[in-house]
Design a protein. Structure first.
Length: 89
């Protein structure tokens, strides 16, 4: 889906350098329900809510505001957090 590709690209640029970025459309193609994972040390500082707000702001600036997205699951992790989760998997 084009908007998923655009969102992934925008997140890669905004939160560079990124270790991993994935945007999955869970809404059968309409892009209204997304699962977004961003791994970047940009998230080293700040609380979880602050990370989510940064991601939501980046999406809004890119033209994918919360008025277009019905539901979003955001996983905004540091590289260390991501590696720790990978070890557990």
């Amino acid at each position: 889906h084009t908007c998923v590709i655009s969102q992934t690209s925008k997140c890669e640029k905004t939160f560079a350098p990124t270790e991993f970025v994935e945007c999955i459309d869970e809404s059968d193609g309409c892009g209204a329900k997304l699962r977004l994972t961003i791994v970047s040390d940009v998230f080293d500082e700040g609380l979880l809510i602050q990370r989510h707000r940064k991601v939501q702001k980046a999406l809004d600036v890119a033209g994918f505001g919360m008025d277009q997205i019905h539901a979003i699951t955001i996983k905004a992790w540091t590289v260390a957090q991501y590696k720790k989760k990978q070890e557990k998997a």
